[in-house]
Ligand binder design. Structure first.
Ligand code: CU
Length: 131
């Protein structure tokens, strides 16, 4: 807890998210400061990270290869939605909230997804908005 408090004051923070054996991300809603890093660890096979929405749709982070360790530095505040290319339609999705900035949340809600994925996204948005 002390580390998190300190990191908000300026230390560049890093959050690590694993690919779980249940075809999900270990942290579905991650919060990070501007300039922070998120690392996705290929702890289970067959997954990757593909960005579907963000504060600047022309500057989304690049898609990772399957089973690759992926690292992204987030310098633009806002909400990022990503999913696994093979399993996104089944609801393998995650949100990154950068700088506690929700300005693009309505755009994120409009992302076209399968029915299952849409319901997962609604659940993640509720979590994001709840604190
Ligand atoms: Cu996957």
């Amino acid at each position: 807890m002390i580390f998190f408090a300190l990191s908000k004051v300026g230390l560049a923070e890093t959050i690590q998210i694993e690919f779980t054996e249940n075809d999900s991300y270990s942290i579905e809603v991650a919060r990070i400061g501007v300039g922070g890093t998120v690392e996705w660890l290929p702890t289970n096979k067959g997954h990757n990270v593909e960005f579907l929405a963000g504060p600047n749709m022309n500057l989304l982070p690049k898609r990772s290869e399957i089973d690759e360790l992926h690292s992204v530095v987030f310098n633009i505040p806002g909400i990022y939605l990503y999913g696994c290319t093979p399993h996104g339609n089944m609801g393998m999705l995650g949100l990154i909230i950068v700088g506690n900035d929700f300005h693009n949340i309505e755009k994120v809600k409009e992302t076209e997804l399968s029915r299952v994925a849409s319901s997962v996204l609604r659940r993640l948005i509720r979590i994001a908005e709840s604190n």
